[in-house]
Design a protein around this ligand. Structure first.
Ligand code: ADP
Ligand code: MG
Length: 226
């Protein structure tokens, strides 16, 4: 098993991202606009193709928005004391359609009542981004688990899959903006997740083996029951 801990160097890169993201969103939108203009003026037969292309491009913009802009949008940070069990249920619900699509079962396990302090939207976004990768790396019929336990004064959240796994080289690139091995990947999911986790005093450690699977352990400060 290999190990990788996120570095603050990668975090700094993130601050240079605004214009790249504008480009990532702008390009598909321009394509959609062009095809919709064509569809508006073309014979019936070509409509379907133009509309399909438009939908695919809109889907791509949607991915980028989901992975990144939800996080970047200027909303007030509203930290709250959150129950890890409740958080897990919300996350399980958020990924249910993706899990269904990949025919992957998402199991959650919380051994005791645990509480963390965080903005609920952001912490959900971070965990969903990590969990989505596990689902996407799994084969049909596979299982992904989301577990939490207490480790002295911290909460450890473990996301495990028995999916395709990663090489050492891949592990070292996790969290680098636009690093993706997927056809339709944004390469933004983990950068966003790592930043959010770091902002709430947490850290992430990945272990993985190619062909065997991946474990992500997210360590967060534990707080008292409100
Ligand atoms: P994206 O999912 O859009 O590719 P991410 O930042 O979420 O971008 O992930 C970056 C890359 O890290 C993925 O493309 C994949 O190669 C790798 N990765 C992340 N999590 C896993 C996992 N659980 N199993 C295998 N590979 C993973
Ligand atoms: Mg991802």
């Amino acid at each position: 098993l290999q190990e990788q801990v996120m570095s603050s160097e990668k975090m700094n890169l993130a601050s240079q991202l605004a214009s790249s993201v504008a480009h990532e969103i702008g390009t598909p939108l321009t394509v959609v606009k062009g095809f919709l203009q064509l569809a508006a003026g073309s014979s019936e037969g070509k409509h379907k193709m133009y509309l399909e292309t438009s939908l695919a491009e809109l889907g791509r913009a949607e991915y980028v928005i989901n992975d990144f802009l939800n996080y970047a949008k200027p909303q007030l940070e509203k930290p709250d004391t959150l129950s890890v069990a409740d958080l897990f249920e919300q996350i399980q619900h958020s990924v249910s359609s993706l899990a269904c699509l990949h025919q992957v079962e998402v199991v959650i396990e919380v051994t005791e009542k645990l509480w963390i302090q965080a903005d609920p939207f952001k912490v959900r976004q971070a965990l969903v981004n990590i969990l989505k990768n596990s689902i996407e790396a799994s084969i049909a019929g596979g299982k992904v688990s989301l577990r939490a336990c207490r480790e002295s004064d911290r909460v450890h959240i473990q996301v495990s899959d028995a999916g395709e796994g990663m090489t050492t080289e891949q592990l070292t690139r996790l969290g680098t903006p636009f690093y993706s091995t997927k056809n339709n990947g944004t390469g933004l999911g983990l950068m966003v997740a790592f930043r959010i986790i770091q902002a709430i005093g947490g850290h992430v450690e990945y272990t993985s083996k190619q062909g065997k699977g991946t474990d992500a352990i997210i360590s967060l400060p534990m707080v008292r029951e409100p």
